[in-house]
Design a protein around this ligand. Sequence first.
Ligand code: HPA
Length: 282
Amino acid sequence: MQKAERSLQAALDWVRPRLHETPEVALILGSGLGALAESVTQALEVPVRKIPGYPPPSVSGHAGRLVFGRLEGCRVVVLQGRLHCYEGYSAQTVTLPVRLVHALGARRLIVTNAAGGLNPHFRPGTLMFIVDHINAAFHSPLVGRIDGLRPLMRGVPDMSRPYDRDWLEEAEAVALRQGIPTQRGVYLWTLGPSYETKAEIRMYRRMGADAVGMSTVPEVLEACRLGMKVLGISTITNMAAGLQAGPLTHEEVLKVGRQVRDHLEQLIRGLLRQQSAKKFQN
Ligand code: HPA
C-alpha cells in the first residue's frame, strides 16, 4: 500500500465510527472565510491534528478543523483551513481531505478561496464564480495511483467541465434573488508562497485568467476524478500585483475576506437551503 493510501485509510478508520450521519456536501473554506463553520448545527468538530494521517495546516487564518453537521437542512462537512502545496505538501497530500470526504459519502463540493483580481472590472470584495481554471503550478494530485479504494486510473479524467454548470447557474439565481453581485471568471493557480511579480500578472492576464490564487485547483482535479459536482467561488481580496498601488500583504487578504464573508455565507446558505428543499420534493 502506498503512503497516501495508508493515510487515507487511517483517517477514514478514525473518522467514520465517530459520525452519526454521512455528509452530502463538503465545503472547503479559504483564507479568512472559515466563519461559516460556526453556524453548523448538531456539529461534531474534529481538530485535524487528532486525525491519524491528516497533515496539520500551518497558515494563519486557517483553523484546521473538520465540522460535520447540518447547515440549512443539508448534511455537510466544513473543512475549515485547507492545505497548500506552498506549505511543502505534495498535491496528493493537499487533496487527502477531498478523498476523505468523498469516501465518507460527500458527492458535492463547494470550494472557496481568496484571490487577486486580474480582470480590471473586479474590485476587492467581488465574489467570482469559477467557470474554468488554469493550472500554472504544474502540480497534479492525479499523478500515479493514490487512493487505493478504486482500481488503477482508467484513462485520463476529462477536464472540459470541471465546474458544474447547473449548480453554477443555480448559485447565480440565488445570488440574484438575494441581491448579491457576482461575476464569472477563470481562476489561475500559482504555487506561491510569494505573490506574483508584475510581469507574471501581465502574462496571466494575456493567458485569459480573471483571478489568481494559490489553492483550489488540486482539490478540484481530485474531486473531478472522483466524479463529484464542484462549485468554486473566489473572493477577490485585492487587485493583483501591479494593478493596485502599493505592495500586497496577507493581512489585507484576510481583512477583505472578512468583509465579504457575510455575502458569501448568505449565498452558500441560500444554495444549501435550495439543495435540501429539492431533496424533500423528490
Ligand atoms: N495572488 C495570489 N494569491 C492570492 C492573492 C494574489 O494577489 N490574493 C489572495 N490570494
